[in-house]
Design a protein around this ligand. Structure first.
Ligand code: AHG
Ligand code: MN
Ligand code: MN
Length: 349
């Protein structure tokens, strides 16, 4: 596949690898790309049109909704509901499963999404994104239970980043690839093929304000980096935090690093900050397909059996050697405190 290949051609060439394919997945992906282009167009206009600021509502998780959270959610539904490729949808902004209305054709896929990631960046003209995950369903009328599949079962994971350029990054299990929206032709074209996250890095990304509540392994990891050249890593590190997971992860896919929203005492009761189904799982799939690691510290994220649509989990992802250091700290901590540790990968100890 050459750089410059349009996303629509990439999808058809992938489809041809499976002679039994009906083309439904290809069409669904085209609908998602259209939804992202439509959101991108709204984002680009910013304050020129009425898309900034708060809405007069909270979402089902008690978070203040921004106008753009609601607009992006509606655009995603609108562009996907009528084509007949989906059995049901679920989103950060909707408490329950959103069924395809009776009378509309239904398909075999489940679509889960975070319509607008990094909402706190909307009003400051910062980077934001959309995250999505596609799974299979064998039910005519899927329920929440049908959505609660391990991340390993995702058929496709992806995000769209509304940064200086609009980019879609996807994986259908054959590597992670990035397509940049060419505004002149209105098409996403392949610009980053088979992304490989560098194994080493000197950059990490974490909300330091939560530091006092972190568990010992996370504190140990950051303290080692803060020690710089005189510390155990023998090099100077830098820290980056955009506050939109899509952007912080995109940086890691492009040049390596470590991103974490670990457990801290302030959020322990909730299970974490980021949501498993539409944040942690799709991002972990993309990261693993690019040669990185994705873990809660104790378990591989993609192996978790979800307990609910809006379940939250700790997230630690990125360059192999950085995340392996963190896993080693968790492994020792788990042994000392009789905690379960199941993440299997290349550990040094
Ligand atoms: P969302 O805007 O969809 O609610 O997600 C925001 C998430 C994630 O993208 C980001 O990494 C994190 O929240 C930021 O958290 P802090 O506000 O603690 O920095
Ligand atoms: Mn989000
Ligand atoms: Mn969101």
């Amino acid at each position: 596949m050459q750089l410059g290949t349009p996303l629509s051609q990439y999808l058809i060439e992938e489809q041809r690898l499976y002679p039994e394919a009906t083309g439904s997945f290809t069409l669904l992906m085209n609908d998602i790309a259209l939804a992202c282009k439509t959101i991108s167009a709204a984002v680009r206009k910013g304050a020129l049109v009425d898309v900034l600021g708060n809405a007069e509502s909270d979402n089902c998780q008690g978070e203040q909704q921004k106008k753009l959270d609601i607009i992006a959610n509606e655009l995603f539904i609108k562009n996907n509901i009528w084509r007949g490729h989906i059995a049901a949808m679920a989103s950060e902004e909707m408490e329950e499963v959103y069924p395809i209305p009776d009378g509309q054709p239904k398909g075999k896929y489940l679509l889960v999404f975070d319509p607008l990631d990094g909402s706190s960046n909307i009003d400051v003209d910062g980077p934001i994104g959309t995250i999505f995950s596609i799974m299979r369903s064998d039910k005519e009328n899927p329920t929440e239970e049908d959505f609660l599949q391990e991340g390993t079962k995702q058929v496709c994971a992806g995000y769209c980043l509304y940064g200086p350029a609009t980019m879609i990054v996807i994986s259908i299990g054959h590597g992670t690839h990035a397509f940049t929206l060419d505004p002149d032709i209105g098409e996403f074209v392949l610009t980053h093929k088979d992304i490989q996250i560098p194994e080493d890095s000197a950059e990490y990304s974490i909300n330091h304000a939560n530091r006092l509540g972190w568990e010992k392994p996370m504190r140990q990891y950051v303290e080692d980096r803060e020690a710089g050249k005189n510390g155990p890593k023998g090099k100077r590190y830098t820290m980056r935090w955009v506050g939109a997971m899509v952007m912080d992860v995109h940086r890691i896919l492009m040049r390596g690093g470590m991103f974490a929203y670990p457990i801290d005492e302030g959020i322990r009761a909730k299970g974490g900050r980021l949501r498993l189904m539409y944040e942690a799982n799709p991002i972990s799939f993309l990261v693993e397909q690019a040669g990185g690691i994705a873990t809660t510290g104790y378990q591989r994220i993609l192996d978790l059996k979800p307990s609910g649509l809006h379940q939250r989990v700790p997230v630690i992802i990125g360059s192999k050697n950085e995340v392996t250091d963190i896993l080693n700290f968790h492994k020792s901590y788990a042994e000392q405190n009789s905690l379960e540790f199941t993440h299997k990968c290349r550990l040094f100890s």
